[in-house]
Design a protein around this ligand. Structure first.
Ligand SMILES: [Zn+2]
Length: 237
């Protein structure tokens, strides 16, 4: 058979053989040019199909989760701004959600009894303020938005706008404020051991692949409203 095939090849006149080869290479070239386009069309179609399947609302809760999942930006979830009437002052320039006030102050008192001096650095931030922080620092540092999002949430995506987030420092180690080195302070060690008793939880830990580790940033999950706010985040989508 093999031999017959070879003979058949040579039975075709040279001109015709060349023509056939040319035709084959043209076809190959066309395929090479169009294959990325075909792949793209196929991928888009597949993605649309997957999205449609995912977005079928089995019940309201499921639908809510899917919507939040889709709205996640660079690892940050969207959060509404807490209305003014739900905020209370805990320091001359720090406001937090009224639900977490008592627990937060009690945590600071209990820490003091153990010789640990917690200092509150930042609480509620309006979406406008977050906007200023995100964009001014971005331009100062000449960072790309994606790069900036690793260290600061884009406006509308900060846990601080819920009033349920608090940045904490060690009063005896102020040089570690907002620094990863805060994890080596006595205050941080105390928080890791005790914060859960007061319903506080570290938001951005070391295994978050989008957002940098923030040992100073804690959030409150001790009220129904707070739990609702962070429900999607806790699902680890
Ligand atoms: Zn923070």
């Amino acid at each position: 058979m093999e031999l017959n095939k070879d003979i058949d090849q040579f039975d075709i006149p040279l001109a015709k053989r060349t023509y056939l080869n040319n035709q084959n290479s043209t076809l190959l070239r066309k395929l090479l040019i169009f294959s990325p386009i075909l792949l793209l069309i196929f991928s888009v179609a597949a993605l649309r199909f997957i999205r449609n399947v995912e977005l079928i609302p089995l019940n309201n809760l499921k639908f809510q989760v899917e919507r939040n999942h889709n709205a996640r930006i660079l690892g940050h979830l969207p959060y509404n701004e807490t209305p003014k009437e739900k905020l209370v002052l805990i320091e001359p320039n720090i406001e937090v959600h009224m639900d977490m006030r008592n627990s937060l102050l009690k945590m600071r008192e209990e820490a003091k009894k153990d010789g640990i001096y917690l200092v509150f650095l930042s609480g509620f931030r309006s979406i406008n303020l977050q906007n200023d922080i995100f964009y001014s620092l971005k331009s100062i540092r000449n960072q790309e938005a994606a790069e900036r999002a690793r260290v600061s949430a884009p406006p509308g995506y900060s846990e601080h706008s819920t009033g349920f987030a608090i940045d904490i420092g060690d009063a005896t180690r102020r040089e570690t404020d907002f620094e990863t080195d805060f994890e080596n302070t006595e205050a941080f060690k105390w928080l890791i051991k005790n914060a859960a008793k007061f319903h506080f939880k570290l938001s951005f830990n070391k295994d978050n692949k989008y957002i940098d580790y923030e040992p100073w940033h804690w959030r409150y999950e001790g009220s129904i409203e707070a739990l609702k706010v962070f429900e999607s985040s806790n699902r680890k989508l």
